[in-house]
Design a protein around this ligand. Structure first.
Ligand code: NAG
Ligand code: NAG
Ligand code: NAG
Length: 309
């Protein structure tokens, strides 16, 4: 959406901000997928039962690429990265070396990841808290972190920045080392799987394997009852899911420096707010040059308000 407006009015800007914040509480969240790996990743998306699917259930993300998707209110589900995929350019048929969902296509169409796969799990609160975590309970295939932006609450980043494939014990290794199984997957023992007699937090304890995962990735779920140190909350945020966060940047995963934000049209009929964007917006660091006239601001505010509901 193109905003070329003239004149500035603090009253109208305040109105706009108020409307944006009001709208944000109930609107859908924006999820940004960014691939910092030096190889292509094919994210897979699975909505939990009862959640409407996103616009995609799987897509290709080249090195350095990023895509935004809207997530509807109260959505819950999971994201993961597939690696080593080949899809026939004519038929679209194919599969992946890790994280394959068995759909035989780029879109996963309601199928989940074949373990081992690093999983990002979300429950979007839509007016209540969002819950999110990165889980290695189904094993590990690539580094992945989740960052929250523009929300309120603790909103910490989580995930696994370490390349666990390089530290994977032989008995958990997959193929040439492109994935690392969970001990449950590798050995099927109830004490590793937290099943049977071990099916409760009181009886299922960390194992030598889950502790190895936990040491490498302290904020990720390393076994089924690892909730205390692995579940994170935030309210009204947008999220960035980054594959291989360290490969182009040595910054800490918990980097809170503001990103250069802007008001962008994610598609032709929706206005979304990339947060945190206000500081850049007002200091003019945004790539777009914005100025305002009272009447156009009012219509923009109204438009934003309507489209975000
Ligand atoms: C996703 O987030 C990254 C990092 O903040 C940003 O550089 C990129 O432009 C965003 N992608 C889209 C499609 O907005
Ligand atoms: C989301 O869930 C909350 C709590 O269950 C409910 O009050 C709200 O109406 C839901 N929002 C939508 C858009 O479904
Ligand atoms: C917006 O619509 C134009 C023309 O219909 C199209 O070329 C363009 O790709 C669309 N942009 C997005 C982001 O969907």
């Amino acid at each position: 959406m193109d905003l070329i407006l003239s004149h500035c009015s603090s009253l109208y800007i305040s109105t706009l901000i108020l409307l944006l914040f009001a709208a944000k509480g109930t609107s859908e969240s924006m999820f940004n997928f960014t691939n910092k790996c030096d190889y292509t990743v094919w994210p897979g998306i699975l909505a939990n039962a009862g959640s409407s699917p996103l616009d995609t259930t799987g897509f290709e993300l080249p090195p350095g690429g990023s895509r935004n998707y809207k997530v509807p209110p109260n959505w819950s589900g999971r994201f993961w990265g597939r690696t080593g995929c080949t899809f026939d350019p004519h038929t679209g048929q194919g599969g992946c070396v890790t994280g394959d969902c068995g759909s035989n296509k780029v879109e996963c169409n309601g199928a989940g990841a074949n373990p081992p796969a690093t999983l990002a799990e979300f429950t979007v609160g839509s007016g209540a808290q969002d819950y999110y975590d990165v889980s290695l309970v189904d094993g590990y295939n690539l580094p992945m972190v989740v960052q929250a932006g523009g929300g309120s609450g603790s909103c910490l980043s989580t995930g696994c920045v370490t390349d666990l494939n390089q530290h994977c014990p032989t008995e958990l290794r997959v193929g040439e080392g492109e994935g690392c199984k969970s001990a449950c997957e590798a050995f099927g023992r109830p004490d590793y799987c937290c099943s049977g007699a071990y099916g409760s937090p009181a009886t299922c304890k960390p194992s030598v394997y889950s502790e190895m995962f936990k040491t490498a990735c302290p904020k990720s779920y390393s076994y089924a009852y690892d909730d205390a140190t692995s579940t994170f909350t935030c309210m009204g945020a947008d999220y960035t899911i980054i594959f291989c966060p360290l490969s182009t940047s040595r910054k800490s995963a918990r980097d809170t420096s503001p990103t250069t934000g802007s008001v962008t049209g994610s598609n032709n009929d929706t206005v979304v707010v990339d947060s945190p964007w206000f500081p850049d917006f007002f200091t003019g660091h945004s790539s777009e040059t914005l100025s305002f006239s009272p009447s156009s601001i009012a219509s923009v505010a109204l438009l934003l308000f309507l489209t975000m509901h």
